[in-house]
Design a protein around this ligand. Structure first.
Ligand code: ADP
Length: 208
């Protein structure tokens, strides 16, 4: 049974690595960012509440995301393990999570700030399936390889908002690194290499 958390600054590759690991291990990837963006697109109550926080790069209130995750972990596909990508993001979220879930490992993805800004400002996403790309690697124009949909830039991937997200990460989320270290659950992975090389390191961290 593997209940895995991905920690790390925005742009370190949590979503990409969690997507690969989800296929490898056959367990679901639960991304609170994706869930919130979907709710925003659909205009649900949660979506409307989250919008102004997400678009400015601030964190959505703890109780909103905690409720989302608590519900999601009760789905049958989580019975044999899951990966949390983008949650917890505050010590309070981690403490609450600890009351309804047992975490086996927390993987910390590490990346320097300058690389992050470059990666995120060049990021494009498929509005339909959520796949992510970097403009420098697109061969057939800005369309999704999975479904041909025209790619978009996330509104919170503008440079000013990225810098705000990095600040929010340092202030509110980085303390989780010591939180999981103290509990003997932390594994750090440097993510400056290619997606495939980083993934090998993630696998080693999980199996090692
Ligand atoms: P990234 O990791 O690239 O910042 P995410 O897709 O994980 O992107 O998150 C996008 C936004 O969604 C965050 O900036 C925040 O506003 C909101 N969000 C996602 N997860 C959480 C969370 N656990 N707690 C509070 N806000 C969250």
């Amino acid at each position: 049974m593997s209940n895995i958390i991905f920690l790390g600054p925005p742009g370190a590759g949590k979503g990409t690595q969690a997507q690969l690991l989800s296929k490898e291990l056959g367990i679901p990837q639960i991304s609170t960012g994706e869930i919130l963006r979907k709710a925003m697109r659909e205009g649900t109550k949660t979506g409307l509440e989250a919008k102004r926080y997400v678009e400015s790069g601030a964190l959505v209130p703890d109780d909103v995301v905690i409720a989302i995750v608590r519900e999601r972990l009760q789905e049958p596909d989580c019975a044999n393990g899951y990966m949390l990508d983008g949650f917890p993001r505050t010590v309070y979220q981690a403490e609450e999570l600890g009351k309804f879930a047992k975490i086996d490992v927390a993987i910390e993805l590490q990346l320097a700030d300058e690389i992050i800004v470059n990666r995120l400002s060049g990021r494009r996403v498929c509005p339909k399936c959520g796949a992510t790309y970097h403009i420098s690697l697109l061969k057939n124009g800005e369309v999704c390889e999975n479904d041909g949909e025209k790619l978009i830039q996330r509104p919170d991937d503008s440079e000013a908002t990225i810098r705000n997200r990095l600040r929010v990460y340092q202030e509110q989320t980085a303390p989780l690194i010591s939180y999981y270290k103290e509990r003997g659950l932390l594994k750090a992975v440097n993510c400056e290499d290619s997606v495939e090389q980083n993934f090998q390191k993630v696998l080693e961290a999980i199996n090692g």
